[in-house]
Design a binder for this molecule. Sequence first.
Ligand code: HGY
Ligand code: MN
Ligand code: MN
Length: 400
Amino acid sequence: MSFESMWRDLAPVGRSSATGGYFRQPFTAAERECQAWFAEAAAQRGLEVEYDGFGNAVAWWDTPSSRPSVLTGSHLDSVLDGGAYDGPLGVVSAFAALDVLRDRGFVPDRRIGIGSFVEEEGSRFGLACLGSRLMTGGLELSEAAALTDRDGVRLEDAWAAASLDPSTGSTLLDGVGTFVELHVEQGRDLVDRDAAVGLASEIWPHGRYRFEFTGEANHAGTTRMEDRHDPMLTYAMTALAANKQARLSGQRATFGRVAVEPNGTNAVPSKVTAWLDARCASDEALTELVTLIARQGQQRAERDGTTLAVTAESVSASVRFSRPLAQELAQELAHAGGLPVIPTQAGHDAGVLSAAGIPTAMLFVRNPTGVSHSPAESAEMADCLAGVEALADTLAGLTS
Ligand code: HGY
Ligand code: MN
Ligand code: MN
């Protein structure tokens, strides 16, 4: 099966020998090598690759038809020290599903595209699903171009270095009637249901918020505790408050990234910048949770003589996938004993295309531990191959 050989070819790209995790940040050498792998996989299948000015790509299985096309695929970029499956599983499975259809002698009645969406994780420029937001017009080019990475590199300079011209925009979604993304499950729902493959019902709304705690730098030894204005203390109490409020309301809140200035061992810091990742069951709950955490952080800042500024960096509204499409797919795949339909708290390009009005579905492949955004992320080969078959059946059902 082509899946294993493609998986083997892609596996070493951007993988850290120290942790086994992946560093495939957009427009870095490793991620560009992934895109070269994508082009090669397409070329080997006689698929013509279309690129847009933002770094997105679609490999087309062309057939003369004016019917709306069907798009599948996912992303090849990773979080920092990420797992092997989050993103690439959907792209490799798409090529393998195309091979399965061709082996069956199937000829689609319309074009089928395999997409590779850039910077889905927002791990370098901070905005989740950057490529698909730009493709769908959900983000102003000027706003995107000014985004910077942790070294201060502007996205527009990263585009230029990758010989991309964002002013050319994107026509990759022109004529696309349906999008289906296969993705490793980032949770244990399928494990608990003893199912290899599932369908997504919805994506929880979620956002990323920059919390800037500003205090007063001072000596760690000579400054009495009562005389300090320590932003690290305000941050720490806010992180505890976030955890408590999320638990109390059954939602999710994480501070996973912190930058301390000047980050000295023997000095009270002048500033602590921390990023909150919040995920809730509804848009209202998300607003409520973030507002409450910010308010409690503000109250603590007043006690500590520090200040707090909160800025939303990336917000994704609630997504409910097309029910008719999910029902159609569930029937298509009924021979597989019917698929469980499950929600996810993870964001996806499928959520962006769905929000842009493209009927969209997601197929999930079982993750034995549920762990993701970690080198420990995994999926059994048998489940990956079951996902390929399910995707092949899905594409056949949508193009015949
Ligand atoms: O962060 C997310 O939910 C997704 O994995 N990008
Ligand atoms: Mn991810
Ligand atoms: Mn993903």
